[in-house]
Design a protein around this ligand. Structure first.
Ligand code: CDP
Length: 569
């Protein structure tokens, strides 16, 4: 097995089965075997024992060769009593006391099982509205968000990771200004990412510098007006200040809602890549593109990629059947649409190996080609599964029924952040550029890991400029740009997140979005000195290039950030 020391550390700490005293009951290979076996079982009705064994082996090989990994809950829980395998959930919040606290309870159950939850708070009546039963006044969405946050704090996810939440409020909710600045202080509402749900009408009002109407969700009456440009500027200022809120283009999520008859999409999962209907869950998985290269690392092996996509779709589709859902409503919705989210990791490492700078048109063109190829093959695989096992149960309510395209899964692709998966696979995360060539990483409970990019290391050794001293120097500088010891060509290829202009980050997100059913997890990194105008330009460009949302982060704008440049132990 090709696991790095860091990967083994993470797996032992959080993923491998343990007994009550904390002794390991399996090794890493045992974990992949457990997962492969449990997921293959979904085929028990479709094949004989030999067939099952073959499928299990295929799944095992693809995971243990680090070609494909399912999201963390699948690795942790498959074949174990908990059996909850999805990373992403969206729950509705009704505008009643019972409804709100019912959802808090349900979110706690999901967090306990290792999943993350997204909510729209938009249906809640605004602060100060009347409460009929008591004649008192409502405390509004933000105060309830704080209750959700406190509940999350108290429930550690399955003893492994703390629950993550997404909180969304529509731009036309009367409490929107409070929402936009509710995380002004970084120590507030720490278990939530927040995003403003933006509409096309609002973006038009910004463009023409118009006022727009706020609507009371309870009475549906107009509750005042705000100037769109000034609200947009407030979002920009807050995002500049510490990265929150992000924005999400609600109308776009709904244009791509393939089962509109089942309801409206009002939220995504915590990291924004998976829009879902209320009570829907989705399981994700990612192909390691770096391991899809030919042996010499100079070309992408499209045959291998096609074969891996096919197996990965089979795997993720099986997960839906063996999954144990935390609520009957979720069981029904999730089995009804059978959404899966296949994505990628190791994109930046792959580009480096191919000698293509991330910030180049060549890289954008390749993104279109590679993700287009994955999307096409994933749909094909889902069509083949539909022939064998049937279409998803809500198919007749979907846009695919009108088109006559028979699919097993309502969606097939999502670009996840792969925060832990990329660490396990030892490659760059999702479609992000490398953050630095060598760096210190804060993980779990403030532990720190030192990392040197292995593609860079290989290149440096091959081109004979490797030295430990140089690696330390690079860690301190946070870039290879301008270092005399590094050949210029290599400097151009091994660009890091901060060497890359924000517009290239957005262009890359847009390229992947063009070929992704769901959404794309991406952070647009800005240097510490970036201005609010720079942030505004990023937001507008993301809108114009048809991204579904955007998250920015200005270096050093939070006290505690996950990745630090130029910090050596
Ligand atoms: O790499 P891994 O499978 O652990 O997760 P990821 O790709 O970084 O995140 C995928 C999704 O998992 C997120 O968008 C969340 O829905 C969920 N997640 C969570 O609930 N809690 C975390 N601490 C990390 C991820």
């Amino acid at each position: 097995m090709k696991l790095s020391e860091n990967a083994i550390k993470v797996l032992e700490k959080r993923y491998l089965s343990k007994d009550e005293d904390g002794n390991l009951l399996e090794d890493c290979e045992g974990m992949f075997r457990r997962v492969a076996k449990a997921i293959a079982l979904a085929d028990a009705n479709y094949t004989d024992e030999d067939g099952l064994a073959q499928i299990e082996q295929e799944f095992f090989d693809m995971m243990s060769d680090l070609e494909f990994l399912p999201n963390s809950p699948t690795l942790m829980n498959a074949g174990r009593p908990l059996g909850q395998l999805s990373a992403c959930f969206v729950l509705p919040i009704e505008d009643t006391m019972e409804g709100i606290f019912e959802t808090i309870k349900n979110a706690a159950l999901i967090h306990k099982s290792g999943g993350g939850t997204g909510f729209s708070f938009s249906r809640l009546r605004p602060k100060g509205a009347t409460v009929n039963s008591t004649g008192g006044v409502a405390s509004g969405p933000i105060s309830f968000m704080k209750v959700f946050n406190a509940a999350t704090e108290a429930v550690k996810q399955g003893g492994t990771r703390r629950g993550a939440n997404m909180g969304i409020l529509r731009i036309d909710h009367p409490d929107i200004l409070d929402f936009i600045s509710c995380k002004k202080d970084n120590s507030e509402i720490t278990n939530f990412n927040i995003s403003v749900g933006i509409t096309e009408d609002f973006m038009k009002a910004v463009e023409y510098n118009l006022d727009y109407e706020l609507v009371d969700p309870k009475t549906k009456e107009t509750a005042g007006k705000l100037n769109a440009k000034s609200v947009f500027n407030t979002i920009v200022e807050m995002a500049w200040k510490n990265g929150e809120p992000g924005i999400i283009f609600l109308d776009r999520l709904n244009i791509d809602n393939v089962v509109p008859k089942l309801g409206e999409i009002e939220s995504t999962n915590p990291c924004g890549e998976q829009p879902l209907l209320p009570y829907e869950a989705c399981n994700l998985g990612s192909i390691n593109l770096y391991n899809m290269l030919t042996e010499d690392g100079k070309q992408l092996d499209y045959d291998k990629l096609a074969a891996t996509v096919k197996k990965a779709v089979h795997f993720l589709d099986n997960v839906i059947d063996v999954n144990k859902y935390p609520l009957p409503e979720i069981d029904k919705m999730t089995r009804g649409t059978r959404k899966i989210g296949l994505g990628v990791m190791g994109w930046a490492d792959m580009l480096c190996s191919l000698g293509i700078p991330y910030n180049s048109q060549k890289a954008i063109d390749l993104a279109d080609k590679v993700m287009g190829f994955i999307q096409e093959n994933a749909q094909k695989a889902s069509q083949e599964l539909a022939e064998q096992k049937g279409v998803f149960p809500y198919y007749e309510d979907s846009i695919y029924a009108e088109k006559g395209i028979k699919l097993r899964n309502a969606t097939v692709t999502t670009i996840a952040p792969t925060g832990t998966l990329s660490l396990i696979a030892g490659v760059s995360s999702g479609i992000e550029p490398n953050f630095a060539i060598s760096y210190i990483r804060n993980v779990m409970d403030n532990n720190e890991l030192i990392e040197v990019n292995r593609v860079f290391k290989d290149t440096a050794i091959r081109e004979k400029f490797y030295s430990d001293e140089l690696m330390k120097k690079i860690a301190k500088a946070g870039t290879v740009k301008g270092l005399a010891e590094v050949p210029e060509k290599v400097q151009n290829i091994f660009v890091t997140a901060h060497d890359i202009l924000p517009e290239w980050h957005v262009k890359m997100q847009a390229a992947f979005q063009r070929h992704t059913d769901n959404a794309v997890s991406k952070t647009v990194n800005l240097g510490h000195d970036a201005t609010t105008d720079d942030v505004r330009e990023v937001f507008v460009l993301a809108y114009k290039t048809h991204c579904k949302g955007v998250t920015i982060y200005r270096d050093g704008s939070r006290d505690l950030q996950v990745l630090n440049i130029g910090k050596v132990k």
